[in-house]
Design a protein around this ligand. Sequence first.
Ligand code: ADP
Ligand code: ZN
Ligand code: MG
Length: 477
Amino acid sequence: MAELEAVIGLEIHVQLATKTKMFCGCELSFGDEPNVHTCPVCLAHPGVLPVVNEQAILYALQIAAALGCEVAPRSIFHRKNYFYPDSPKAYQISQYDTPIAGAGRLGDVRIHRAHLEEDAAKMIHAGESGRIHGSSASLVDFNRGGTPLVEIVTEPDLRGAAEAAEWARLLRETVRQLGVSDVNMEEGSLRVDANVSVRPAGTETLGTKTELKNMNSFRFLQRGVEAELERQRRLIESGGEVEQETLHFDPQSGSLTSLRSKEEAHDYRYFPEPDLVAIAPTEEMARTARESLPELPAARIERYVGEGLARDVAAVLAADPETAAYFEQVSTDVSGVEPKVVANWVTGELAAALRAAGGGTAAESKVTPAALAELITLVARKTISHGSGKTVLAALVEEGGDAQVIVEREGLAMGDDDGDLESIVAAAIAADPAAAEQIKAGNGKAIGSIVGAVMRETSGRADGGDVNRLIRAQLGL
Ligand code: ADP
Ligand code: ZN
Ligand code: MG
């Protein structure tokens, strides 16, 4: 049987960080007492009318601009009808066939659409502790009901679980940097559903998909998709067929359980919302949204790659705007050092030194960009060895200050004239003739003991590469 390739499309709900709800003046606030942020509109009392939150539209336009989506000159709201206690109106105000944003792209993934809607209230399944007449009770907190959401729907362009999680991270960083959402997965302000199918590699027709609901971390998203791909592959390879259904992934047990067979659009009896006017953003509004965009991670990654950085290193730096700014400041402050060398210091040595000292980001650390730039320049000029550079960096992480001052205080500068080092190397060779013979006989590892002796003699100031070179030269190799 041909290999089965993964096909994945994501639906991402982004809670907008507006001050008030989508259609009423209730405050948005996470973690308060239940049911304190409610009013007749979001509790669906008879006779009330919704009024659209203009800020939510502006935020949606910014998301559309960041994803390169076409903005609809006119889009309307629809009622999506369903019965469940999280929706007091018994419908959700959403968008159906005229979303505010159409086709776009982020990285390698095409965006199908993005639309505005309101969030449902939060159900709390009280379980054993909340039994009423022998059945377990569920409670409803209406604080969340009516929170503005943008739902972003991708095309099924993702080809693996890890790729899906990585792209979802890029999307989160992008939305975070717009400042339109908290994008906190644990608190539910970013929620990801994954649509998953498989098909014989090299074919075009889509297989039957299942939908994995609401994974609340990128790790669980990846593991859930992995488990579902595995399940579908086994099913098909043993002659079975995938059934279209909605699944829940339990990260604890790793199991997938069916929530329901998939409902179709017609089950919701969508119809145009009669109580709201159409959204018709002016060209001016769309342009303002485009022009207000900061440089976003995807563009920053490309710029860094263009400057010679490896893509994975570029992605690490670009993910966080403060780290990116830090890296760029160091790159500006060094002299005669390439950006990729600076990038390696920031993501490698500095990150390791910060971890060793208990964590924190480069930007928050005591190591100023100027100090790191000086340190990198000292190493690049071979004023100090790379090993000494790490010593200085550890000191900078602890106490801040100036690299040159620490180099002088610790006496880490390599001798100015190579003559010194040459005579130390010569002495080390003379002191260990057995090792010298082995090196000459082709035993590369034997050089270690002589290098070690030179390093001890120079208190680690010498550059390992130079020492190696000098030893080989003096042995006539
Ligand atoms: P539905 O009608 O079930 O809501 P849509 O066509 O609207 O399905 O697509 C919803 C999401 O599912 C989109 O992200 C889309 O890319 C993805 N998707 C659609 N078909 C498949 C498939 N066969 N395999 C994987 N993902 C799919
Ligand atoms: Zn309200
Ligand atoms: Mg759909």
